[in-house]
Ligand binder design. Structure first.
Ligand code: NAG
Ligand code: NAG
Length: 245
């Protein structure tokens, strides 16, 4: 409510967001200025194609900046997030004429990571076809309302990237029940910057990810263990909530 005066100036519609807890916590200004057109560019395949064409780096940055969501396993909404380092690298790629550093999105026949041509069981990421990432839970105010964040990070000198321990013990092709989950304190003690963005009580698991399409041209983010989600708008639980999600 503190920002109410500003909200009135920014846009009248945003008054309704004063009743939306997540928007209150996040950047009200940005959320206000987001239009429905932009939302369809993120989630509707044909609009995505028209808007971004081959500039997938720009698409990933916009997904992050819009706090877009991915639908894992039919309804588990994860907020998509990039580390600062990966975001700035992708932004550079997005503005460059050179397309060879653009993220690669596999075609619809590649439904599992092991189907990629150069696949091997390792912790290797090239920041183009293979990305380091994490599923992070118990995050206050995560878009999608479940406290879930899906973060991608850079594999070189990224303060938010995988710790040496995450790299050396990585076995993400196995079932996640046998894998080592970490808490904010664990990550921080291994030198990873997590507390600031994800809070004190977050916990999660590192995965390698790749990107692929399906037969309907939806955009998928898939972990090495086969768990995957497609870019999809979070379900609207109320009229005003949905408008600004
Ligand atoms: C484009 O980027 C690739 C990979 O970084 C590099 O090898 C190549 O020389 C670049 N091409 C141009 C024209 O700058
Ligand atoms: C990850 O991306 C960075 C930045 O483009 C690049 O320098 C690095 O070589 C990539 N990592 C690997 C393992 O290829």
């Amino acid at each position: 409510m503190i920002q109410l005066e500003f909200l009135v100036l920014a846009c009248v519609l945003c008054l309704s967001s004063a009743f939306h807890p997540r928007v209150m916590a996040a950047s009200s200004k940005y959320t206000c200025l987001k239009s429905t057109t932009e939302t369809s560019n993120l989630y509707v395949a044909s609009s995505r194609r028209t808007t971004y064409k081959t500039n997938l780096a720009k698409y990933l940055v916009d997904l992050h900046d819009s706090r877009a969501t991915f639908d894992f396993c039919g309804g588990m909404m994860f907020e998509f997030a990039l580390s600062d380092k990966l975001r700035s690298r992708l932004l550079e790629v997005a503005g460059s004429e050179n397309a060879s550093n653009q993220p690669v999105v596999a075609d619809s026949s590649k439904r599992r990571m092991h189907q990629l041509e150069d696949y091997e069981k390792s912790a290797h990421a090239d920041n183009i076809s293979y990305f380091h990432g994490r599923e992070i839970r118990n995050v206050p105010d995560a878009a999608g309302g479940r406290g879930f964040v899906l973060q991608l990070s850079d594999s070189v000198d990224d303060p938010e990237g995988w710790s040496a321990q995450e790299v050396s013990t990585y076995d993400g092709w196995g079932h996640d029940s046998g894998r080592q989950w970490r808490k904010t304190d664990d990550w921080e003690s291994e030198g990873v910057k997590m507390r600031e963005k994800f809070g004190e009580s977050a916990f999660g698991l590192n995965h390698r990810f790749y990107l692929h399409y399906d037969d309907q041209d939806n955009f998928w983010l898939s972990a090495e263990d086969g768990c995957e989600g497609k870019a999809a708008e979070a379900k609207r639980r109320g009229y005003f909530q949905g408008l600004f999600n």
